[in-house]
Design a protein around this ligand. Structure first.
Ligand code: ATP
Length: 254
């Protein structure tokens, strides 16, 4: 019996003959915040695109015993796989509560969505609390701080009952305090769900990763705990190589 929240096997994505993801195996488990790291162009976002139905792939993605390859994006979302993008996609004119209510009602009929409701569903209230926006229920999403928008977007996945969350650089543009709050939020969410984070920020990764998968040139270069991957000479070479290259570029363009 497969107890992983999500099992990806041999994921391969080709773009006009260019292999962006090359035979990647990845499992996500409830209880962990799993970081996907790797240099630019390693294939991280394309892998997430494949899992969420946005990129065609060969291989297999299985959730709760169901094969998801070939399924439409909305079907995959309904199966409980939620995803955020680098730029938050909240409804800016609507309030925090309305954004969450709509996300919670994704499965409701248009009539029940239009009907004026006396109170917010308990689940919306609980999630607002969890993402730290309980005091902003009536604030239009458009005027939230950058970090708060990201939290709202994560909240929208939670009320939509996603139990596998794939987050693309959730702390980009955040200050120190917001990063820490986000890291703690991700761990609270991971108590009952699986959370995967595509990330470039190594300090954030060190502080909050339960497990790390390193991609390079479309393949899994290493996987394990923070210490295991940080001490892996192949990982060091890829990152140091990239740093040296950047230094060379900086020196050449100085
Ligand atoms: N639609 C596309 N058509 C052609 N090539 C693409 C397409 N999308 C991505 N690629 C290429 O696939 C490779 C992997 O890109 P991807 O965005 O998945 O990498 P990444 O690891 O997420 O990088 P970054 O950290 O810079 O976001 C890159 O070489 C990219 O140029």
């Amino acid at each position: 019996m497969n107890s992983h929240a999500l099992t990806c096997t041999g994921i391969t994505v080709d773009f006009d003959g260019f292999r962006a993801v090359d035979g990647v195996d990845l499992t996500l488990d409830r209880g962990e915040v799993h970081f996907l790291i790797g240099p630019n162009g390693a294939g991280k976002t394309t892998l997430v695109d494949a899992v969420t139905g946005l990129a065609k792939y060969s291989g297999s993605v299985v959730k709760d015993g169901v094969e998801l390859r070939g399924r439409k994006v909305h079907h995959i979302a309904r199966r409980g796989i939620g995803r955020t993008f680098q730029t938050a996609t909240v409804f800016e004119q609507l309030t925090v509560a309305q954004n969450l209510d709509i996300a919670a009602g994704a499965g409701r009929s248009p009539w029940s969505l239009l009907r004026r409701r006396k109170a917010l569903p308990d689940q919306v209230v609980a999630v607002m609390e969890q993402i730290g926006l309980a005091g902003h229920a009536q604030t239009p999403a458009g005027i939230l701080a950058h970090g708060q928008k990201q939290w709202l977007e994560i909240g929208m996945l939670l009320v939509g009952d996603a139990d596998v969350l794939l987050l693309d650089e959730p702390i980009a543009g955040m200050g120190h305090e917001e990063r820490d709050t986000t890291g703690r939020l991700l761990h609270a969410i991971a108590e009952t769900r699986a959370v995967a984070v595509v990330e470039h920020d190594m300090d954030f990764m060190r502080a909050f990763a339960s497990r790390v998968t390193v991609l390079h040139a479309g393949r899994v270069l290493a996987a394990g705990s923070v210490d295991e991957v940080a001490n892996d000479p192949r990982v060091q070479e890829v990152y140091l190589g990239a740093a040296n290259e950047q230094e060379t570029i900086d020196a050449a363009t100085a």
